[in-house]
Design a protein around this ligand. Sequence first.
Ligand SMILES: [Zn+2]
Length: 106
Amino acid sequence: MRSEWWAWSDAWMFIGVFVGLRIAFIWLATQAMIALIPEGRTCVTCGEETLPLVHEGGWKLLGHRFHRRFCLSCAWEGVARTALPPSQRQRRRIRKTRSARSPIKR
Ligand SMILES: [Zn+2]
């Protein structure tokens, strides 16, 4: 007879739940980090158009979803998410939020 107070089926269940929670947490943390990275071509600090930098060496690991960018007007340099080609509805929404955010009235 088994005298152990635990069984492997319970242990695997615990390990499964624990690993699942861990993976979910890491995935959420990654999504949060990605959301913090600015998207598109506009500069974070001054709102001007930024220029893409050439990826060399280790920067190639960034892949096509992220791009190093440089701002000519304020010398900001950083990583930005590559903006996906927006659909017509998304483009309208972006224009609306941009006009609401910018303090300069045109
Ligand atoms: Zn700038």
